[in-house]
Design a protein around this ligand. Structure first.
Ligand code: GTP
Ligand code: NA
Ligand code: MG
Length: 298
């Protein structure tokens, strides 16, 4: 893309941290307090990612990636996260999965924001968390470092608005841009088979704009985008960069971490989709025969 075609886009944020430190509670609190419910029925659909509005600025949260999903997506070259929030419980401390989260974020080369959670608990010691995290190179801004820390209670909502605002500040410094005026491409966040609707894939548009009717290749699957649903269950007419969207219209169920791309005709999408599916089968056959040879020697 040429520089003049690029416009600012929302950040894509992943929340990581040790077991029970409050990742889900935080995501749920943000979703409930910030995602408008759909017109139809009022039940927010779970599509694995959602977007919130923070003082007129959008922020996209990836809902699913635990560490394994994050690692799998990265291993497949799918780096979709712009900012990592590391949640640390203030009544606990830096634990093995906290360190893993730090390693993931460092390997991805993305900014880290530390959310010091559970400050409502009697045993909470936010300063001790800052000291422990500093030992891993995450020196807080208020101590002369460059990492943003925010004390929160995900349960009560304390500090969560400040955390969201900190995300928009960090995002602005990252100068994230995309070109909405091109054929869309991006990554599969999650996918499943729906009994009535067939394959349903949640896509994160990384660049370009996705529309209903677009011929599309998703991993080794293909089709034409039929229905597009937003995180609030509403039907969408377009999905711009950093927007999560659930689509139907694929011939099969793709995998999380698969790349997708829009093509100019159904015929091209089908040819490319079929060729990729054939290549994958071939690779699987080769792996299987290599494995059986190994078995012979073992
Ligand atoms: P895993 O997905 O299992 O890794 O855990 P998680 O990080 O998603 O933690 P989760 O949100 O499930 O929270 C674990 C427990 O801590 C739950 O009982 C929450 O209610 C509680 N909890 C989370 N945040 C807070 C908080 O700010 N204050 C208090 N008091 N409890 C919290
Ligand atoms: Na838990
Ligand atoms: Mg959880």
């Amino acid at each position: 893309d040429k520089e003049e075609d690029l416009v600012p886009r929302p950040p894509v944020v992943t929340i990581m941290g040790h077991v029970d430190h409050g990742k889900t509670t935080l995501l749920d609190y943000i979703r409930k307090s910030h995602v408008a419910e759909g017109e139809s029925g009022g039940i927010t659909q779970h599509i694995g990612a959602y977007q919130v509005d923070v003082n007129g600025k959008k922020v996209t949260f990836l809902d699913t990636p635990g560490h394994e999903a994050f690692t799998a997506m990265r291993a497949r070259g799918a780096q979709v996260t712009d900012i990592v929030i590391i949640v640390v419980a203030a009544d606990d401390g830096v634990m093995p999965q906290t360190r893993e989260a730090i390693d993931h974020a460092k390997a991805a080369g993305v900014p880290i924001i530390v959310a010091v959670n559970k400050i409502d608990k009697p045993g909470a010691s936010p300063d001790r968390i800052r000291t422990e995290m500093s030992e891993f190179g995450l020196m807080p801004e208020e101590w002369g470092g460059d990492v943003v820390y925010q004390d929160i209670s995900a349960k009560k909502g304390t500090g969560v608005q400040d955390l969201l605002e900190a995300i928009t500040v960090v995002a602005e410094m990252a100068e994230l841009k995309a070109n909405p005026n091109r054929a869309a491409y991006g990554t599969v966040v999650e996918a499943r088979l729906d009994k009535g609707r067939g394959p349903v894939a949640t896509l994160l548009v990384e660049n370009g704009t996705l529309h209903p009717g677009d011929p599309i290749v998703v991993g080794t699957t293909y089709g034409r985008v039929r229905q597009m649903t937003g995180d609030n269950g509403r039907t969408l007419k377009k999905a711009t960069p950093a927007t999560p969207v659930a689509i139907t219209g694929l011939n099969e169920v793709p995998e999380a971490g698969d790349k997708f791309m829009v093509f100019d005709s159904d015929k091209t999408a089908r040819h490319i989709g079929e060729a990729r599916a054939e290549k994958k089968k071939e690779e699987e056959r080769n792996t299987t025969s290599a494995m059986s040879l190994d078995d012979l020697y073992n």
